[in-house]
Design a protein around this ligand. Structure first.
Ligand SMILES: [Mg+2]
Length: 311
């Protein structure tokens, strides 16, 4: 007899929902990495070159508030997907498809503003917008949804996964964490694409992801995928102005990089980072340890099937 399907999406939480839904799906013969990393990774006909695929969406009332300037919504919708390209080692985004679900009453000027934000992100990171789809929500539902599907490439030897961290690797993060909603950073953040490329080229990066759901949720994900534990140095966490430790752990939408680095970077390398990326901190916040050792960190972070609005 088949196992009973348990409860609701909220009962299970995002990670378990995805694992359960994707368990029996075909991946195809060229699949390198499927659900569970920041992007899907596929082999191509070009030896040593992989194709990355990502889709991401923003939902009015969940990822942005009604009344938010449409240019900022458009930037965020596209930049979230670019941040996931950074999370794989700084893959180059090449083409995007946009799905817009908007009520018929949506002002045309708002939609044009949205696409101005999408265009600004496409021009900044060098990808084309080559198609998409439009539809409307059901009657009585006034919210806008924007989905961005992004495709691009990376050299196989530059690609990094969540699964590569080893005991003894340092845990590092870029920038400052926490308070992203209060500051508006969640709308205006800059994906760390160039930074990810530099890190992979210059330091012993063993695992990489972007911090979208909060360190408290994302760090355990990296540790679990890598089969290791972790020890976090709370006093070392780089806090955004106005944020406290709980905010840095749980607010989410930081869109900074979480990096596992083997060995200690040389002083000259850290100086070079400071010269190339002025004002952007690169901070060691802990260490990966053998599985079963280290901290438990399960509270906080964001799950789309819990609670109400994200913003
Ligand atoms: Mg991600």
């Amino acid at each position: 007899m088949a196992e009973a399907t348990p409860g609701t999406l909220r009962d299970l939480g995002e990670d378990a929902v995805i694992a359960r839904l994707c368990a029996a799906l075909p991946g195809g013969p060229d699949l390198v990495a499927g659900p569970g990393d920041d992007c899907a990774v596929m082999r191509t006909v070009v030896p040593g070159q992989w194709r990355l695929l990502k889709t991401d969406c923003v939902v009015e009332g969940v990822h942005f508030l009604s009344g938010t300037e449409p240019e900022r919504v458009g930037w965020k919708a596209a930049a979230r997907a670019v941040s996931d390209f950074a999370a794989m080692g700084g893959a180059q985004p090449e083409e995007a498809l946009i799905t817009l679900i908007a009520p018929p009453e949506c002002p045309m000027a708002w939609a044009e503003g949205l696409y101005a934000g999408l265009r600004r992100c496409a021009e900044r990171f060098g990808f084309g917008v080559v198609g998409g789809e439009t539809s409307r929500p059901p009657a009585g539902c006034a919210g806008v949804i924007v989905s961005v599907a992004l495709s691009g490439t990376i050299a196989a030897d530059r690609c990094r996964f969540r699964s590569g961290a080893r005991p003894g690797d340092g845990i590092w993060t870029t920038g400052q964490l926490g308070g992203s909603f209060a500051s508006g950073k969640h709308l205006d953040f800059m994906p760390r694409l160039a930074e990810a490329r530099w890190l992979v080229e210059n330091l012993g990066v063993t695992a990489l992801m972007d911090l979208s759901d909060g360190l408290a949720r994302d760090l355990p994900r990296m540790a679990a995928r890598s089969g290791v534990g972790f020890r976090l140095d709370g006093a070392a966490l780089p806090l955004s102005s106005g944020s406290d430790l709980a905010g840095a752990l749980g607010d989410g939408e930081d869109y900074e990089l979480l990096v596992a680095i083997s060995g200690e970077p040389a002083a000259g390398q850290l100086a070079e980072w400071g010269r190339l990326f002025p004002g952007l901190a690169l901070t060691r916040i802990g260490e990966f340890v053998p599985f079963g050792a280290g901290d438990g960190l399960t509270a906080g972070g964001w799950d789309p099937f819990e609670g109400g609005a994200e913003t």
